[in-house]
Design a protein around this ligand. Structure first.
Ligand code: MLT
Length: 231
């Protein structure tokens, strides 16, 4: 356990936390960075996002509530909206129902915060495999409104599967559950509640896209209020 000198009143329990909101926040952020966005600023509420946009009119404002684009925003939360033409060299402000708050919470408990999805799975596994077995890693599944998300746990399991193949780590019970789930599936199964809801809203293509393992090779890191690409 270490104490962050910059935030003395907060104990950082973990060396690294890895945030997963595969449907769709972390998949969308990774897509935006891969398509050249300068950075993504995650914010938890709509008012804060609007005020940031007001003072920075050149920034793109993206996000969703209930899966749908927020009124007055430039973009929703579909990875297809964050194409190169739209996001290259732009700063994106993003607020989503679960994902962006999970990223902000993760930074309170860990020294380093990374983002994961199926899209950048091997990049995350390779990076985490470089740390020794004494490194405390927390995998944070954003879930849906306080409920577990079947799809997020699959990504967690796939990450753990990749790491334990390379070196032995002591796993928590929830990590063992995620690992066993992934070992039994071996490929994404987007049949959970949130996937169902997104299908109903017409986002079938997003579901197909977010299942693409290793579509991108990049690491996304949250630091000093911004998510940036580091590899
Ligand atoms: C979230 O942050 O809750 C999600 O990314 C919701 C969504 O699918 O847009």
């Amino acid at each position: 356990r270490k104490i962050d000198s910059e935030v003395p009143d907060v104990i950082k329990y973990f060396d690294i936390s890895v945030v997963i909101d595969v449907l769709r926040a972390t998949s969308t952020i990774i897509t935006a960075l891969s398509n050249g966005a300068t950075c993504v600023i995650p914010v938890s509420d709509i008012a804060q996002a609007l005020s940031l946009k007001y003072y920075n009119p050149g920034y793109l404002l993206g996000g969703e509530r209930g899966g749908q684009k927020i009124e007055g925003f430039d973009l929703g939360n579909s990875p297809f909206e964050y194409d190169e033409k739209t996001v290259k060299e732009k700063t994106v402000i993003l607020t989503t129902t679960n994902g962006t708050s999970s990223i902000l919470s993760a930074s309170r408990i860990a020294q380093k915060v990374l983002l994961a999805s199926f899209l950048n799975l091997s990049s995350v596994v390779n990076m985490l495999s470089g740390y020794d077995a004494y490194t405390n890693i927390a995998i944070i599944c954003a879930g849906n409104n306080g409920e577990a998300s079947y799809e997020d746990i699959q990504v967690a399991g796939a990450i753990i599967f990749g790491i334990v193949r390379k070196r032995s780590h002591r796993l928590s019970d929830s990590s063992i559950i995620a690992l066993k789930l992934w070992e039994s599936l071996k490929r994404p199964d987007f049949s959970g509640e949130h996937a169902h809801r997104l299908r109903e809203l017409g986002f079938e293509k997003d579901l197909e896209f977010c299942q693409m393992i290793d579509h991108f090779r990049l690491i996304a890191k949250f630091e000093n209020g911004k998510i940036v690409k580091i590899g």
